[in-house]
Write a protein that binds this ligand. Structure first.
Ligand code: KIV
Length: 272
């Protein structure tokens, strides 16, 4: 397994396919704004996902369902402006692609035209056949999303690990093959047993990016605010926190309040 980081000018869907073929793992993270996208991009993250998790971590909703297409386009255009190297994938939000395939295509076209993003992502398998045909037929690269699909949370009732039972695992494998046959360039696999995720990754020639799906897949994705420790209430086993920003930012903010109150800020050097 190669751990070397090859230099790529701009990551494309073709680059990702080459990375899979050469066993180079793909690093993917979410971002929702210009400043963070710049940092994520400079760090060498290959794929930036403008996730509908913005509904949770930016807007404070309990689920991903309320975020609108207009709001996704707003976040996506800011991320695109902050990105020089990474491939930008944008979630089609709940309600923008499920009801009919023409609406799905219109939504995908709006994202591409108005934000300048490179690809879209949608949740689900065979049930999206018509929408996938139309969007892919218009030349828009599509990423699939299987396993735990947060837009269907009210159907499942919980955010627990998916596809532990054989029937659900078989359906997931069939859906993954279907997405590949339709022409998707990759799949996100969320919260499924590691052995199943590895089987899926080994059965497909397109990259499989895991979140809570173990190390036998072609890459990993995390929600930026979770891995930086800005969120504290969400602590699934798969989440590695690389920083504890909640504490660090909180400390800095308290210090600022105290400095203003005690007139320790501004100092003589910080005024004109
Ligand atoms: O919206 C999102 O952040 C996602 C990731 C969890 C993969 O879909």
């Amino acid at each position: 397994m190669s751990t070397a980081k090859k230099e790529y000018k701009r990551i494309t869907v073709k680059t990702l396919s080459e990375m899979k073929a050469s066993n180079e793992k793909i690093a993917m993270l979410t971002a929702y704004d210009f400043t963070m996208a710049q940092m994520v991009d400079k760090a060498g993250v290959d794929v930036i996902l403008v996730g509908d998790s913005a509904s949770n971590v930016i807007a404070g909703h309990e689920t991903t369902l309320p975020i609108t297409l207009d709001q996704m386009i707003y976040h996506a255009s800011a991320v695109v402006r902050g990105t020089k190297r990474a491939l930008v994938v944008v979630d089609l939000p709940f309600g923008s692609y499920q009801s009919d395939s023409k609406e799905a295509l219109r939504s995908a076209i709006r994202i591409m035209k108005e934000s300048g993003a490179h690809t879209v992502k949608l949740e689900g398998g065979t049930e999206n056949g018509d929408a996938l045909k139309r969007i892919l037929g218009a030349g828009i690269p599509v990423m699939g999303h299987l396993g735990l699909t947060p837009q269907s949370i009210y159907q499942f009732g919980s955010y627990t690990v998916r596809a532990k039972q054989e029937a659900e695992a078989e359906k997931l494998i069939a859906d993954a093959l279907f997405l590949q046959e339709q022409g998707c360039f990759g799949i996100v696999l969320e919260k499924v047993p590691a052995a199943l995720a590895q089987t899926v990754a080994e059965s497909l020639h397109i990259p499989v990016i895991g979140i809570g799906a173990g190390s036998g897949v072609d890459g990993q994705v995390l929600v930026l605010h979770d891995m930086l420790g800005m969120t504290t209430e969400f602590s699934p086993r798969f989440l590695r926190r690389y920083l504890n920003l909640d504490e660090q930012i909180g400390g800095a903010l308290s210090q600022y309040v105290s400095d203003v109150k005690s007139v320790a800020f501004p100092s003589k050097d910080e005024q004109y």
